[in-house]
Ligand binder design. Sequence first.
Ligand SMILES: Cc1cc2nc3c(=O)[nH]c(=O)nc-3n(C[C@H](O)[C@H](O)[C@H](O)COP(=O)(O)OP(=O)(O)OC[C@H]3O[C@@H](n4cnc5c(N)ncnc54)[C@H](O)[C@@H]3O)c2cc1C
Length: 518
Amino acid sequence: MYMTESLRASPRSTQLFAFRRHVEHFLETHGLTVWGKRFSTSATGRARAYHDAEAERRSVVRMNGLMPRTLSAPRERWNTPALRRRCAVDFNLPPDLLEYLAKLDAFIDAEIKPLQAQDDNERFFDHRREWARTDFEHDGLPRKEWEALLVEAKRRADRAGFYRFSLPREFGGQGGSNLWMAVIREHLAAKGLGLFNDLQNEHSVVGNFPIVVMLRDFGSPAQREEFIRGSLDGTHIISFGLTEPNHGSDATHMETRAVRETRSGVAGWRIDGEKMWTTGMHVATHCVVFARTGGRDGDARGITAFLVPTGTAGVKVEEYLWTFNMPTDHPRVSFTNVWVPEDAIFGPEGGGLALAQSFVHENRIRQAASSLGAAVYCVEESVKYARARKPFGEPLAKNQAIQWPLVELATQTEMLRLLIRKTAWEMDQMPHPEVERRLSDKVSMCNYWANRLCCEAADRAMQVHGGIGYSRHKPFEHIYRHHRRYRITEGSEEIQMRKVAGFLFGFMGPRSTALAES
Ligand SMILES: Cc1cc2nc3c(=O)[nH]c(=O)nc-3n(C[C@H](O)[C@H](O)[C@H](O)COP(=O)(O)OP(=O)(O)OC[C@H]3O[C@@H](n4cnc5c(N)ncnc54)[C@H](O)[C@@H]3O)c2cc1C
């Protein structure tokens, strides 16, 4: 406003001069090169002027970390090896990652799509999917044929070397990074529904293994030996019992208790309480049960994790909760006078919550990438449909009322992709415990925004597709119902926003010292 007001009443030559002065002033105050003058603000370390004779002549403005911007230079002048070297950020995906995606696609085409096509397995994905997957006569649990099909897809992916990609090499994996996993998960979800990546039960040909990593980091040698091998060969299936009927977000207030008790001369623990939403109990061989063993309600310390065999006397599934997207495998489970020996303790006594936290960031960033991919799929399908469908004799796509909501969603997917990949890349640059201290807020931003965006994109896709979009002959209702869950379950939206607020206001995280001093 300052610039335009002072220019308004002047003659043209004065206006041009004044304009140049204003631009100089702006660039100087922002630490940028000014029309051939050398001007450096390297003291701040944030902006560095690029200066040489050529640059002076061509008025190159360059900011640290960004591609150089030229005011008049042709493209080939700034796209030199020297300048490229100076650009700290390269947004291109590594060629070997692109190659990996191509191989993955070829594997899916060769081995997974034919499996989906045979024996009417399409029923699990087309308009019949919810009925085909759900055994409504038996508590709404997943049908055995559906689960067997998922196992077969995983077996093929394992044989082809894709399934364990994210696992450390010691477990037959390839130590896949968070960045690669984020790109792969987005890529798969953007393909739509299919046997290669069915998010409803977190199935994917490129697996995610929170329990294996938890066992590696917290298990005793005997637990590692038994449960890691068992988890990978399918003989051990472990569910996760943290949430209770009266306590979810506030797990530190849990009511389940464990007390020391020796039975038949063997030292151990007696566990009493109730858990809720303990996913997978219908097939689980063991449940990680979190119980308070010390401290007071609300303390993070004093909660211990136990590996409890599901066949132990006193463990009872009370009911399965029917959910928005069926089938369900989410029960309420009671633990009454359940006794386990001392070596059932998983991780440090009183430090069990560290287990619950240990894999949360990896899970959240991968889930965010999947939600982003599903959002991209909804937008792209809507664009295709809007170009083909012609109400009133004109493609729907010509209407701004159709275009603009999709433009906004497409804009958000672009922005979110950058944040997800940057955050995943940063996670790969630091030791695991540092992620909680330094990056937890960014991971939460990615997660809650991606889950919300996916729901909005699925909702918009239904709208653009009209009646057929509302039907089960299109996948959007399924995508919506599934991803709606993620706004509650992987740390709910509000709990993750609380984390972001903690970092933002300096109650925790890297800004806490600086903001406390200000
Ligand atoms: C399909 C499904 C599968 C699940 N699988 C598992 C599992 O395998 N193992 C397991 O242990 N748990 C599991 N859960 C439980 C899940 O982790 C919890 O539902 C979640 O943590 C929220 O807890 P809650 O449902 O008790 O909600 P509450 O904690 O009662 O919260 C209710 C609402 O209030 C909001 N809220 C709470 N506190 C605040 C606050 N301070 N400020 C603002 N808003 C707040 C919450 O975000 C939520 O929206 C699953 C849940 C579902 C639905």
